[in-house]
Write a protein that binds this ligand. Structure first.
Ligand SMILES: Nc1nc2c(ncn2[C@@H]2O[C@H](COP(=O)(O)OP(=O)(O)OP(=O)(O)O)[C@@H](O)[C@H]2O)c(=O)[nH]1
Ligand SMILES: [Mg+2]
Length: 357
């Protein structure tokens, strides 16, 4: 194959660039930018649910919704610009055309689209979950139970886990990146200390803190400094492990600091409740498959469009500013489908494709 390729190149052929065919399809208006990105997402999809979401974007479902919003915005912009161009007209175009109602509709559609995109984006990036708690509460046992494999060393010696143990898992099509960490406690042991430092680093990077306690003991007073140090930005799920000893696996309770569930990592009891809670926090409900595999840049653009649409509502008394906010909302949406996009963004997107795709 290499010889054949070399000969072809000698005779004047050239090798295709990364993503070249998809890029050409985009440049020739056969697909838009969101669809082009979906080609790469489909190739990279790591779960069935992610692949389905990518296909939905590829066939243009996501683009059609974005485009529909753009059309609504264009109509509204035309009205507003007309008012600006003919200020002497007595007629109040905006009120007559129900401009604010229309903008309200656009806001609602944007919100729904944003929600579906967020739901899908977790399929793309997965949820980073860190298992935290005092030594011996069963963090390593919980990881092994989730994975169905003996990954992390389990002993009854407190302070067994030193290095973070990572595993990529899948729950109902949602990729989870789970990290088992060194138990948190005051210690003189320099090796364990380094392990505990790493636990805090992992906590700083995660999407969800799973805080384990011993079901027989509950959350102790001495744990308060640890709880106070947990970041408020990431949601927390408190797991009362070893519930086989207290006799209440599978129980669940909503408290001020988040949801508490009771499980036994040893027998597996209550694990279904735990998994369902993980999915709920990830924003995925079982059986609901309408998310889009949105990329971060799509989420940013949708957020910006929502903000400008909301800003427009509050500025409706000032026609020029109202018009400008609508223009900015329109521009943000256009950046998703590639109507307004800088060359370096295109270069960045297509360079991540496989060669020739
Ligand atoms: N009865 C019962 N014992 C459990 C359960 N989960 C863990 N254990 C036991 O608790 C002990 C500690 O478990 P580990 O999983 O090593 O605990 P850990 O939190 O990882 O501990 P460190 O790594 O030291 O921080 C072991 O003897 C386990 O067998 C459970 O659900 N029920
Ligand atoms: Mg451990």
């Amino acid at each position: 194959m290499q010889l054949l390729l070399r000969r072809c190149v000698e005779l004047g052929a050239r090798l295709a660039d990364a993503g070249e065919f998809t890029k050409r399809a985009f440049l020739n208006d056969k697909i838009d930018l969101a669809q082009a990105e979906a080609v790469a997402d489909l190739i990279e999809a790591s779960t069935v649910a992610a692949a389905r979401s990518a296909v939905r974007s590829l066939v243009g479902e996501f683009s059609a919704l974005v485009h529909g919003l753009e059309v609504q915005l264009i109509e509204l912009r035309m009205l507003v610009e007309a008012c600006l161009d003919f200020p002497e007209e007595e007629v109040d175009f905006l009120a007559e055309a129900g401009a604010l109602d229309r903008l309200g509709d656009i806001g609602l559609t944007l919100e729904a689209l944003d929600l579906r995109s967020r739901r899908g984006s977790v399929l793309r990036n997965g949820l980073h979950v860190v298992l935290v708690g005092r030594p011996n509460v069963g963090k390593s046992s919980l990881l092994n139970c989730l994975a169905g494999e003996d990954l992390s060393i389990v002993t009854d010696v407190p302070g067994t886990t030193r290095d973070a143990v990572r595993q990529n898992l899948e729950v109902q099509g949602v990729p989870l990146h789970v990290v088992d960490t060194a138990g948190l406690r005051e210690t003189e042991d320099p090796v364990e200390r380094l392990g505990i430092e790493r636990t805090w680093t992992e906590i700083g990077k995660c999407d969800l803190v799973v805080y384990l306690v011993d079901a027989a003991l509950g959350v102790g007073i001495d744990e308060e400094p640890i709880l106070a140090r947990l970041p408020t930005a990431a949601p927390r799920l408190t797991v009362h492990n070893k519930a086989d000893l207290t006799g209440c696996p599978g129980a669940m309770e909503s408290k001020a600091d988040g949801v508490h569930v009771w499980v036994s990592a040893k027998t597996g009891a209550g694990m279904d409740t735990f998994r369902a809670e993980l999915l709920r926090i990830a924003g995925v409900s079982v059986g609901q498959e309408d998310g889009f595999l949105a990329r971060e840049r799509h989420l940013v653009a949708l957020k910006s469009a929502r903000e400008h649409a909301a800003q427009a509502v509050s500025l409706s008394g000032h026609l020029e500013l109202f018009a400008e906010e609508l223009r900015l909302a329109h521009r943000a949406l256009g950046s998703i489908t590639g109507e307004y996009s800088a060359d370096d963004l295109l270069g960045d997107i297509f360079s991540r494709f496989c060669i020739g795709k």
